[in-house]
Design a protein around this ligand. Structure first.
Ligand code: ZN
Ligand code: ZN
Length: 581
């Protein structure tokens, strides 16, 4: 398979070029062995990362499986404990830290956090099956045979799911319902048409049809079971989705790997919110006459800012053209980055804008990037945009269109695509360190996308108008308020009404956006802080490097260098950039 061939080549080149010292060579050999074990233990993860060796295997999440997974983490942590990180070079030391964090986190998730028990939405087979169909890593016949082998396990998978779920939250039960219903679309009539038109023999096709019926029945059974569960939970009592302070600090430490504690970041965010309000007041006052003529200026500055933002929001795309408008903007962003010489791009890796697949909808996000794994960096990258179809009422659609108006839609595209997630992941996939690509730090990834927005603004993107700046500030305020909301919701009991009031009054959000964000905040924990945390850390590092290098400092060199280390925690990248290795 193409992906494996290019992986071996990449590793050989890296090994030859670097001429590692004995401890580093020993460590990298250890890494290779650990990864080989990981592909076997986590075949679905392997496929997502671009290793297709075990693409015909499906893991059944039962108790025996959990024992194996915990034993795997224990074994890996014991092996790391026998190594001396002080003897390694800086890059290997970062790999060491990433692996240690990854295995400790995995162990903690199994034994302490236990989402497998209280989040029924953990269980959903649709995404992994669909991935085999849409990823062109082998001839279709072969991928259909992998599909066929995996289909056999679907009934056991959902039986294990039902056995695992205990004391779930209503919110995760409802998400599980919605997404598993979406998964049934993967098993829809067009699949059997594809099988019948394939090179599979008559017996294989018959077996496929039988297993598909059983898989559909098992999924349907889980949906029915969840529906009954939902009714019971709605009548109450049900577990709270709020995880509390102790678990929150632990999850923050494992997931964000920040230089800050969760409490420190929360206090920084409160101060940043106040600063943004000051800056927005200046821009809004300047725009007032242009949009409001000599209308009376409200005494409450938040109300005044809101009025100007509402005027800007009236300029937006047509409901049926949203996906198309996104598609048209991307080449313009690439041209601007090239013209301003902000960082390297790769024209040979196309970004394909598509409508978000059904099984991915419903978790609240309107746009996302599905990137190829580091082992298969030439696979397609998709920019998923959720079309405003019949799932949205006219009022909801209008509210979202105003939220993603002519200015903010551009910032969204900068964030998701260029020079945000798409560009960053393209750089990460070229990194020589597989560990840094595989064990990506989400806060660095999200922080980069936010930092990319500011980089474009600093380069006078959109003409550097006050409309563009005010829109960006509102957008940036969202990442700051996400941090505040997440912390207050999960650890301080912030109510739905108070949260929505904060989002609409203090962060100027539309009602639909705010209620969707509330939903997301009930379904995830800590993740909403990752944006602001990463942005704050990268900005501080950029300022530090600028101060060190003085007039020799180059934005492009900083960006390329920063991205060259892969998706590692910012504080570890800082070590590498400062120590120069
Ligand atoms: Zn409108
Ligand atoms: Zn993002």
């Amino acid at each position: 398979m193409r992906a494996l061939g290019s992986l071996c080549l990449a590793l050989l080149v890296a090994a030859c070029a670097a001429v590692p010292s004995a401890p580093d060579a020993h460590f990298q050999a250890h890494v290779a062995q650990v990864l080989e074990e990981m592909w076997q233990e986590f075949p679905e993860y392997a496929v997502r990362m671009g290793n297709y060796k075990y693409a015909d295997r499906m893991t059944v999440p039962d108790a025996a499986r959990r024992e194996r997974v915990i034993a795997f983490y224990d074994r890996q942590l014991a092996a790391l404990a026998r190594l001396d990180p002080a003897a390694l070079d800086a890059s290997s030391r970062v790999d060491f830290e990433l692996m240690k964090n990854r295995f400790e986190r995995g162990r903690w998730e199994q034994l302490t956090f236990k989402a497998w028990q209280w989040q029924p939405s953990t269980y959903n087979v649709g995404g992994d099956f669909d991935y085999l169909l849409i990823t062109d890593f082998a001839p279709l016949d072969q991928r259909l045979r992998f599909f066929l082998a995996r289909l056999d396990k679907v009934p056991a998978y959902y039986a294990a799911a039902k056995a695992n779920v205990s004391d779930p939250t209503l919110e995760h039960t409802q998400l599980a319902l919605r997404q598993n219903k979406g998964s049934l679309a993967v098993f829809g009539p067009q699949l059997m048409k594809k099988v019948d038109a394939s090179g599979l023999g008559a017996e294989e096709r018959a077996l496929f049809a039988r297993r598909l019926d059983a898989a559909k029945a098992a999924t349907g059974d889980y949906i029915a079971w969840l529906t009954a569960l939902e009714t019971k939970l709605e009548a109450g009592p049900a577990r709270s989705f709020r995880i509390g302070k102790a678990l929150y600090e632990q999850k923050f430490a494992y997931d964000i790997q920040s230089g800050f504690t969760a409490g420190q970041l929360y206090r920084r965010a409160l101060a940043e919110k106040a600063r943004l309000h000051d800056a927005m007041e200046i821009r809004a006052r300047e725009l007032w006459p242009k949009y409001m003529g000599d209308a009376h200026v409200p005494a409450d500055r938040l109300v005044m800012i809101r009025v100007v933002l509402d005027e800007l929001a009236k300029h937006h795309a047509r409901r049926d053209r949203l996906v198309q408008v996104v598609r048209e903007q991307l080449p313009r962003l690439a041209a601007f980055v090239r013209e301003k010489d902000l960082l390297d791009q790769d024209e040979t890796r196309p970004l394909i804008v598509r409508e978000t697949p059904l099984y991915m909808r419903g978790s609240g996000a309107g746009a996302s990037i599905s990137a190829p794994g580091p082992l298969d960096p030439t696979a397609n990258t998709y920019y998923n945009v959720t079309p405003l179809d019949d799932a949205f009422t006219p009022e909801q659609a209008e509210s979202l269109l105003r939220e993603y108006n002519d200015w903010t839609l551009q910032i969204l595209n900068i964030h998701e695509a260029i020079p945000g997630h798409y560009t960053q992941l393209m750089h990460a996939n070229k990194s020589k360190s597989l560990v840094k690509s595989l064990f990506a730090n989400g806060s660095m990834v999200e922080g980069w996308a936010v930092f990319g927005e500011k980089t474009m603004m600093d380069a006078a993107y959109g003409g550097g108008t006050s409309e563009m700046w005010l829109s960006w500030m509102k957008w940036n305020l969202r990442t700051v308020v996400n941090t505040i909301l997440d912390y207050e919701i999960q650890t301080m009991g912030l109510t739905r009404d108070a949260a929505i009031a904060m989002m609409t009054r203090e962060a100027f959000q539309q009602q639909t956006e705010a209620t969707e964000k509330w939903r997301r905040a009930t379904l995830s924990q800590v993740q909403l802080t990752s944006y602001y945390n990463g942005y704050a850390e990268i900005t501080a590092l950029r300022d530090e490097m600028r101060a060190r290098e003085g007039p020799a400092f180059s934005v492009k060199d900083f960006n390329n260098k920063f991205l060259s280390y892969g998706s590692a925690p910012v504080r570890l990248i800082r070590e590498l950039m400062i120590n120069g290795r």
